[in-house]
Design a binder for this molecule. Sequence first.
Ligand code: GDP
Length: 357
Amino acid sequence: MKAALIGVGQAGGKVTEALLAEDRRAGYGAVRGALAVNTAKADLEPLDIDTILIGQERVKGHGVGADNELGAEVMQSDVREVVGALDGVIDAQTEAIFVVAGLGGGTGSGGAPVLVKELQRVHEIPVYALGILPGRDEGGIYQANAGRSLKTLVREADSTLLVDNDAWRETGRSVTEAFDAINERIARRVGILLAAGENVEGVGESVVDSSEVINTLKSGNMSAVGFASADAAPDAGENVNVVTSTARKSLLTGMSVPETTEAGAALVVVAGEADRVSRKGVEKARSWVEEETRSMQVRGGDFPLDSDKIAVLVLLSGISRSERIEQFMERAKEASETVEQEQATEDFQNDELDDLL
Ligand code: GDP
């Protein structure tokens, strides 16, 4: 799928940079262009992609902190400039736009939904969000911000592909230490999804196509992606079980939103050398995913990759009934009530102080 990536905020910029780097490294050629947008100058400087600084009048390059309302206002004021800066990033061949953001902060959390809405107005192609949910041990303000941002994104984007920061984090590391590792995983996994349909010379009909990704994503407004890989024998005939067991691992333990198995639609992508990928295995994996997701709409196909391993990527769409998402929304709601109470107390104390002065 020929995609344009726009990262909003710090996480958005870093993940976008990682996705572009992975696309170039693997030679997929799926990422047509990338841009990072931020209110904080210092967060844009280290990035090796095109950038645009917004909100200079309001925040003078210092960022919006964790104030996502300010993030939304600043994006609203400068959204035309951002859309204008996308001339070289989105072109006639672009099939989809991805707005990438961490949903717990300020700029990405508030800015991404505003930008998605404007892009929907201006462009005919699907506009997706790639949204990162804060880990469980991040503070209440992050949970509350992410809850609000997610609600708006889901309304505006054609689909919001979610990655829970607790999902692909190595145990023993704190979320902060692990960000770079998580970003690399996002880049590899989402990179394969974007590359579906690209880079396919002289291959058969069973190869996944970008329209299958787009049609799968149509089935619901939230989506997630799973991944697992395993060593494969040189001969496809010996790899039936490798394909099926890797598909199980991908769905049951490798999802970007853990404990999510029910879906409206799914796509199973089996990546590996054409000689190693068992057709029977792909079909068996596809029907297993059909049973497990209880969806009648499960597509499947190969993705030719020069590797000794076989990897299975499972895209699930229409996952709003996921227990993990329900838990997150509950956490966000509670946090939001606490944040409001604290704000009210602070306002009250400030008023009292004003009265005294
Ligand atoms: P913003 O710059 O105001 O949009 O805020 P940040 O992007 O710094 O942070 C928003 C949220 O994104 C945080 O709550 C974290 O959950 C997450 N986050 C920040 N940086 C990274 C990163 O590099 N990788 C990942 N996966 N998540 C991040």
